[in-house]
Write a protein that binds this ligand. Structure first.
Ligand code: DGT
Ligand code: CA
Ligand code: CA
Ligand code: ZN
Length: 578
């Protein structure tokens, strides 16, 4: 986390705690300052070198706030914030994550009922205590109760796309330490799960002390939670990072164990028990001759240096981490029928992207150049059409789309890569497409996405869209935003069957806030014969690199290169688009 983000977070907490206390106006000033600090393009510590006057060059940062920022950068604390935290010892970020509960309400509930966290809030709501507080009623209490589970999920689990860069950074740092023989991510991050409880890192080394020191000195760590002889945990930008250092001879066993999932490990371990083998984080052991197996390393060791050596004695092929969810991978590994998963290098293009014509950043020419620079052979320009869900004049009407189409053709003539002229049309609640049929027919590629009425069952409307002769891709099918909005419920199998019949692809939107379809849904879709498209929905040059999150999500859905439209070459894609 940049220091700008760090400062902004503290100012936001300041604002919330002031509001909890019932202070007026000031919270707003702190919040505006926080926003501008976060958006300030330079490093705030550079400004702070000149003292409070330097920091005040940021808009809406007055002298009081500027002094607190400088104080924080100098000492690591804001004394007044610490006082407020003592006065209101509440997890304000978690509590205000419940829909309808603002900081002021959180303050009132603390004063009246000593509610400090989500557990307290839930208990009080269940006991009917909240409705007794003045200003609250039974309805409010029910709403709070209904919102707690969702808030809990959002609060506790970090998005894959936020946690992964920290994980990679720490593995990079540790790999550079000479005492480190091997360093790898483990846990849900290695399995590319869409949300992450904590980051697990595993190192093989004969000198754990040196590794632990390097880890606790990692420059992105905000603080050390605990540090022992072979284990340590730090916090980086609100994410907990757990390190374990193991004997290099046992690295494979530990990697297998700590990659999980728990469900996968349980099923594999049962298979071991059936064969008189015992497996744990130290290895896999033949215990048929062992009477007392309280010693974890008892018996004859038959594997453990590499991960594959943990599976071999069980007659199992090595399984890519994305598959390890006990969803049939163990049976497939036993039968030798594991999928040949799509690989990062297989993707040749991106079929859902935005330019400045709607809400993207770049001109068409610059956007195409950025796609080529990223390494793509083709890119589709799919700016938003106007229609349901497009607020504030965001989308293009049919006339504007026609004008854009001719400009796309001009850019395409001079481009080094293939450019598909497209649109992202909206699917109405009734399943209609928000662009005229003759225009749709003139475009190379039509992405149709739901952007409004994103609750309830969406299968019928998406089926109708998939049957439209010009629609090529259903964009972010459920419309979910992880931790924020559940999106549509779908009968994926029915949708995928119709999509397969109509040569319509289903998107795996790679944006880490979406990852829509999910891995589970991809598995159902490809089994039903549908093709998926792993697209970034890029709005800037940097966004092209988000594709890997979609790719690994598709791998979690057992997708092979044939199942993925943009793993095909340009002629094959053109044929699919018809
Ligand atoms: P997370 O952190 O909630 O996103 O999910 P994981 O899968 O990273 O889980 P975590 O961090 O609690 O533990 C890392 C791995 O360690 C987990 O995937 C499997 C292994 N593990 C942890 N606890 C147990 C356990 O009680 N039994 C077994 N078989 N494996 C465990
Ligand atoms: Ca974990
Ligand atoms: Ca962990
Ligand atoms: Zn889009």
């Amino acid at each position: 986390m940049s220091r700008n983000d760090e400062v902004a977070r503290r100012l936001e907490e300041f604002a919330d705690l002031l509001a909890a206390k019932g202070v007026e106006y000031k919270p707003r000033a702190y919040r505006q300052a926080a926003e501008n600090v976060r958006d300030y393009p330079g490093a705030i510590e550079g400004l702070a070198d000149e003292g409070p006057d330097g920091v005040q060059r940021i808009d809406k940062v007055g002298d009081a706030i500027a002094s607190k920022i400088v104080e924080y950068l100098d000492t690591g604390e804001m004394a007044e914030l610490e006082e407020l935290r003592e006065e209101y010892p509440i997890d304000i970020e978690a509590i205000t994550g419940v829909e309808g509960v603002g900081p002021k309400t959180a303050g009132t509930l603390y004063e009246a009922l000593d509610i400090r966290d989500l557990d307290d809030l839930e208990a009080a709501a269940e006991a009917g205590e909240i409705r007794e507080v003045s200003g609250f009623g039974e309805k409010t209490e029910q709403n709070i109760l209904a919102g707690i589970d969702f808030a809990r999920q959002s609060h506790e689990r970090e998005l894959l796309g936020e946690a992964r860069p920290y994980g990679e950074s720490v593995v990079g740092t540790l790999s550079a330490v000479p005492a480190v023989e091997e360093a790898e991510l483990a846990g849900s991050l290695r399995r590319w799960r869409r949300t992450i409880g904590d980051v697990d890192v595993l190192v093989g080394s004969d000198d754990p002390g040196t590794v632990i020191d390097a880890f606790t000195d990692w420059e992105e760590a905000d603080g050390v939670i605990e540090a022992g002889e072979s284990k340590a945990s730090v916090r980086a930008s609100g994410v907990r990072v757990d390190l374990r250092v193991v004997d290099p001879a046992e690295f494979g066993a530990a990697l297998q164990y700590f990659t999980g999932s728990k469900e996968h490990n349980l099923a594999v371990r049962n298979r071991a028990i059936d064969r008189d083998l015992k497996m744990n984080e130290y290895g896999i052991f033949d215990v048929s001759e062992v009477a007392d197996d309280s010693d974890q390393r008892a018996g004859e060791r038959v594997g453990g240096e590499t991960e594959a050596s943990m599976y071999e004695p069980l007659d199992l092929e090595w399984m890519p981490p994305e598959l390890r969810e006990n969803r049939g991978e163990i049976e497939a590994a036993a039968e030798g029928t594991l999928p040949d998963l799509v690989e990062p290098g297989d993707l040749e293009g991106d079929l859902h992207t935005h330019t400045e014509w709607s809400d993207g950043e770049l001109t068409i020419a610059d956007h195409v150049a950025a796609a080529a620079e990223f390494g793509h052979d083709y890119v589709a320009i799919t700016d938003h059409a106007t229609g349901p869900g497009m607020v504030g004049g965001l989308g293009l009407d049919d006339g504007e789309l026609r004008t854009q189409l001719s400009e796309i053709r001009e850019v395409a003539d001079d481009a080094d890569i293939e450019v598909f002229a497209g649109v992202e049309a909206n699917i109405s609640a009734e399943g209609e497409i928000s662009v005229a049929d003759d225009l749709l027919a003139d475009l190379d590629l039509v992405v149709a996405s739901p952007h409004a009425a994103l609750d309830g069952d969406g299968t019928d409307r998406l089926v109708a869209a998939a049957e439209h002769p010009s629609v090529d891709v259903i964009g972010h099918p459920t419309g979910r935003y992880l931790n924020r909005r559940r999106g549509l419920e779908l009968d994926v199998e029915r949708l995928a069957t119709v999509a397969a019949e109509n040569e319509t692809a289903l998107e795996v939107n790679a944006n880490p806030s979406r990852l829509d379809l999910s891995g589970e849904a991809v598995k159902v879709a490809v089994e039903a014969g549908a093709t998926v498209a792993v697209d970034t929905d890029a709005h800037s040059a940097a966004d092209f690199s988000l594709q890997r999150y979609g790719l690994h999500t598709a791998r979690r859905g057992w997708a092979e290169p044939d199942d993925v439209l943009n793993a095909w070459d340009v002629e094959a894609v053109r044929a699919f688009l018809g």
